[in-house]
Write a protein that binds this ligand. Structure first.
Ligand code: ADP
Ligand code: MG
Length: 263
């Protein structure tokens, strides 16, 4: 609410974050090396419940590694990552639980090729959440309906378009009832005409209050759905701003240079 004094001309009004909850994903002092390459450098980042964070930056800047570290697909060499207040577990049942809490959709379609769409979506809930086949299927049909591919349930991934496969991947993640969803360039491998059908589903999720970390260069999505944009370069968070601020008034030369190339 902007009922207070008007901001000075050279200042951005404070972003309205009243819809956001407590910290859900917290990275503090996170370092990661691949050999000599310092791929994540002292990363400080907090994502609050209900927040949609868009991560943007040049290829090789560490965006995927950041996502993979949050999902514990990569170990880190320093610092700490907490999900809902809990440090990331190293292994075992705890790790399976964490993976359920942190859904992830990748750039490349990562469905099980030899299972039907329905089986792709029910497998995790049956194994990890302990649902019966019929309960898992009932929920799967609802989720597939929500992402617009209910009538594809009996097909195998290869029989679907890329956009449909990505929507199934989103449904499969949602079936685990994640606390946060990570999207790593989910539309960058898609033919242009399929990009919007996936972004629409993501936008809907954002509207429904899902906490999301989204690596994407899709400005339209960022403008409509993001609460905050983080710009990464060379393993560092260089800039953090609202989408409006970032796209119209990038502060750093790195960000200006990057935006001039993609816009
Ligand atoms: P982005 O997603 O921003 O393009 P990545 O996180 O994929 O960046 O990669 C960051 C850097 O780390 C790149 O230089 C990449 O080559 C390197 N890298 C990524 N994964 C590995 C790995 N498993 N082993 C060695 N280097 C890696
Ligand atoms: Mg990447």
């Amino acid at each position: 609410d902007h009922s207070g004094t008007a901001p000075a001309d050279d200042q951005q009004p404070p972003a309205d974050d009243s819809h956001l909850g407590a910290p859900l994903v917290e990275l503090s002092g996170v370092d990661k090396y691949f050999g000599d390459l310092h791929v994540l450098q002292d990363i400080e980042l907090t994502v609050r419940r209900g927040e949609v964070l868009v991560v943007i930056g040049p290829s090789g800047s560490g965006k995927s590694t950041l996502c993979r570290a949050i999902n514990r697909l990569e170990t880190i060499d320093g610092g700490e990552i907490r999900i809902d207040g809990q440090p990331l577990p190293a292994e075992g049942r705890q790790l399976a639980r964490l993976r359920a809490d942190v859904g992830m959709v990748f750039q490349a379609f990562n469905l099980f090729a030899h299972k039907t769409v329905l089986d792709n979506v029910t497998l995790g809930p049956r194994k990890v959440r302990g649902l019966s086949k019929s309960d898992a299927e009932e929920e799967a049909f609802k989720l597939l309906d929500r992402v617009g591919v209910k009538n594809q349930a009996a097909k195998f991934p290869a029989q679907l378009s890329g956009g449909q496969q990505q929507r199934v991947a989103i449904a499969r993640s949602l079936a685990m009832h994640p606390k946060v969803m990570l999207f790593d360039e989910p539309t960058s491998a898609l033919d242009p005409e399929m990009i919007n059908e996936v972004l629409d589903v993501m936008e809907q999720l954002a509207k429904e209050g899902m906490t999301m970390i989204v690596v994407t260069h899709e400005m339209g999505f960022a403008r409509k759905a993001a609460d905050r944009v983080v710009f990464m370069a060379d393993g560092q968070i260089v800039e953090e701003a609202t989408p409006e601020e970032f796209f119209h008034h990038p502060r750093s030369d790195r960000a200006k240079d990057f935006l001039s190339k993609i816009l």
